[in-house]
Ligand binder design. Structure first.
Ligand code: ATP
Length: 700
């Protein structure tokens, strides 16, 4: 028909050829190389691999067989199937006073439909956000799924966000509705600056003030209770798996948060692939139980607690808001999860706690524990369990430890979202608790590789999830290169950020992770660095900071956080913080040292009790001990450029509340650089000589 048209109207065709020549240039400018803007894509038959438009569609990365060929589903379709198969099984559980309340899959689905109708009644528009700002709860899940069913975007907001950060997100996703946990979170969004906002719902505690368009959870659910189903069903009928339904905002370790657009297929396929790959059991055989406590605005928690659990008909129990301040272990002991996911900091905290309890126990107990841990590590590393010793150690120690942690029926313990140290992995392995690593990013809907009981290498992040692919881009001689992902878990694009999307996805559609890694001969992936935080010195040397920071933390036990500086500078310097107490209510670091740090100071010959007595080199004894540790690290440096020439102890530890750490405890380097600009400038102002009175070490 094109040919026929060209022959009948040659003048239009010539103009068309002219336009056709210039159009690609305009298109490239508008939307990035090789990817048509969506208005044009719509006119053409096939959507492209990515889009940065909220109402855009993408081409699914279907495979011909295996996991990648699984038929695509919308969230509603997956949920309906779960209701058909597991309708009467417990879906969600939570504590109300001393009582545990539960709802089954049938009730859960109906609650989501009611909430979806309420959202529509409040004016939720298609492809607009529903922000959710609060601790994990049934209301959080219901809001999330209802937002999707009603045609909006579910948008989790970190509870630790400042009012400005909350407003930035709400504006960015054109939030029509924001669901908040309590009065404290409500205060963060009570601004006139949100042009799209139509209503706010508070799901915990009584309202402290009445405002138009502010609803309690009960009032909100009442709105949709008797609404007809027509509007909701019409919207659900038009939803497609390749459309966006969830926005995950990156936590900003590498810059301003970006809205990662996840499609229905991203969520439902990843839930299927993970559940199948790690061999979760379906509720009809034996129900999987998880505890929800990690921030739900992060993809790891959402994927495990909401989607994977729904796929297999598991039950999710909610921890208390003060979970990470100490109550988690109580919930764990009550719920006794069958699968448990922690970010590295959670495992580290457990390790610290167990070590300090262990240190106080009797000599005999300690000796038994040391012996058992030796047996545990050896047998788990070699996978050859010496029956007698292992059985005895299990009876005397391992079983008791698992019970105390609430992990007695947990067969799947995971860590992910950030690097974990070998020391922590070995600690748990020695207690016969293998912690399996997951690796991925928001842009890959969570996991890309997973280690499994029968595919496990200490410090490896495991092997690829079937249906996904990994490419190591530009590998060096040792096989180290940028890890790139391919598969149905790869995101749609960053909302309204075509340029940033283009940086992340290459023309063939590979997602560039910004992480360095390599495979061993058996296909295990090892993360060896982060390109996104590589330091390039003024001399042109590329230095990955994390190994040096970890080495310092290991050499000087008093140090809680370390950040290496030196990008575009002549030499390396380091900001250090000291292990201190944390305020139980606010999570803010305090001036008092931890008991462990006080003990370490004593051993070194210092009476320091507070950070302020040590910071800035005030305590000469501690200062000398740290310098000695740093000298040891410097001795192992691979080149002169990799030696730490100067360092300083800061007055305050890094924290999530302070903004220096992201929700998964990854360092927000740009934030720290800004906060300590003066100290950093000071490093580079001074002439480095051996007699410099601060913490300097002369260049070799
Ligand atoms: N098991 C792991 N081991 C080491 N690093 C990991 C692991 N899992 C995730 N990471 C790191 O976390 C990154 C993904 O972070 P995520 O997508 O959760 O973003 P984020 O925490 O919101 O921060 P950002 O602002 O950097 O995107 C990965 O690219 C990798 O650097």
């Amino acid at each position: 028909s094109h040919l026929k048209f060209a022959l009948s109207r040659p003048e239009i065709c010539c103009a068309g050829i002219f336009l056709y020549g210039t159009l690609p240039i305009c298109i490239n400018k508008l939307s990035g190389k090789g990817n048509r803007p969506d208005s044009l894509s719509l006119a053409m038959a096939e959507p492209e691999r990515w889009t940065s438009r909220g109402d855009g569609e993408v081409k699914l990365r279907m495979g011909e067989s295996g996991f990648a060929a699984e038929p695509p589903l919308t969230v509603d379709q997956m949920f309906k199937t779960a209701v058909e198969r597991f309708g009467s099984y417990t879906a969600l559980g939570w504590k109300e006073g001393e009582q545990t309340k539960t709802i089954n899959y049938q009730e859960y689905y109906q609650a989501c439909r009611t909430a979806a109708k309420s959202f529509l009644k409040l004016g939720l528009e298609r492809y607009h956000g529903v922000g959710i700002l609060g601790f994990n709860s049934a209301e959080w899940f219901i809001s999330d799924i209802a937002a999707i069913m009603a045609g909006g975007f579910a948008v989790g907001i970190y509870t630790t966000n400042s009012p400005e950060a909350c407003q930035y997100l709400a504006e960015n996703c054109k939030a029509n509705i924001i669901v908040v946990e309590n009065h404290k979170q409500l205060q963060k969004i009570l601004q006139d600056k949100l042009p799209h906002l139509k209503a706010i719902i508070q799901y915990k505690d009584a309202l402290k003030e009445k405002r138009p368009n502010l609803y309690t959870w009960a009032e909100f659910m009442e709105l949709g209770r008797d609404e007809s189903n027509t509007q909701l069903d019409d919207i659900i009928a038009t939803q497609k798996p390749n459309q966006c339904c969830t926005l995950i905002y990156t936590s900003g370790t590498t810059g301003q948060p970006k809205g990662v657009m996840l499609s229905h297929d991203n969520l439902t396929w990843t839930a299927f692939a993970v559940g199948r790959h790690v061999q979760l059991t379906e509720a009809t055989k034996s129900q999987e139980i998880v505890v929800s406590y990690l921030p739900l605005s992060h993809i790891a928690a959402q994927m495990v607690d909401i989607w994977v659990t729904m796929k297999v008909g598991g039950a999710t129990y909610f921890a208390q808001p003060d979970a990470l301040k100490g109550s988690l272990v109580n919930t764990m002991r009550e719920v006794r999860p069958t699968a448990f996911m922690g970010v590295p900091r959670v495992w580290e905290k457990m390790q610290e706690k167990m070590k300090s309890v262990g240190a106080k126990s009797s000599t005999v107990r300690r000796k038994v524990a040391v012996w058992a841990k030796g047996v545990g590590l050896k047998t788990n590393l070699t996978m050859a369990r010496t029956p007698v010793n292992y059985r005895l150690a299990k009876k005397l120690v391992f079983r008791k430890v698992r019970k105390a942690l609430g992990l007695d029926r947990c067969t799947k313990c995971y860590t992910g979202a950030a690097p974990i140290t070998k020391d922590t992995l070995e600690f748990f392995l020695s207690l016969d608790i293998p912690v399996y690593e997951l690796y991925g990013m928001s842009e890959s809907t969570g996991p890309h590789t997973i280690s499994l009981p029968d595919a496990f290498r200490l410090t490896s992040v495991g092997k690829l999830i079937p249906g996904c692919e990994t490419k190591i881009h530009s590998p060096d001689q040792e096989g180290n290169g940028e890890i790139c992902f391919w598969g149905r878990h790869v995101f749609m694009g960053y909302l309204n950020q075509a340029d940033k999307t283009e940086d992340a996805l290459d023309t063939e559609g590979w997602l560039h992770s910004g992480d360095l890694g390599k495979h061993d001969d058996n296909g295990f992936l090892f993360i060896t660095g982060r390109i996104k935080e590589l330091i390039i010195t003024a001399g042109g040397e590329n230095i990955p900071p994390v190994p040096i920071e970890d080495a310092v933390k290991e050499a000087v036990s008093l140090v809680s956080n370390a950040m290496l500086i030196g990008d575009k500078r002549k030499f390396l310097a380091m900001l250090l913080t000291i292990k201190c107490q944390v305020n139980g209510d606010t999570g803010a670091p305090e001036d008092e040292l931890t008991p462990e740090a006080v003990e370490l100071c004593r051993k070194l010959g210092s009476n320091a009790m507070r950070v302020s007595e040590i910071a800035g080199g005030r305590d000469r004894v501690i200062h000398a001990a740290i310098q000695e540790g740093i000298n040891r690290v410097n001795e192992n440096a691979t080149s002169n450029a990799q030696r730490i020439q100067k360092w300083i102890i800061l007055d305050q530890d890094f924290s999530i509340t302070g903004g220096e750490l992201g929700p998964t405890m990854k360092l927000k380097r740009p934030v720290v650089m800004k906060m300590y600009k003066e100290q950093v400038e000071h490093f580079y102002k001074e002439v480095v000589t051996p007699s410099t009175p601060d913490n300097s070490l002369p260049p070799k």
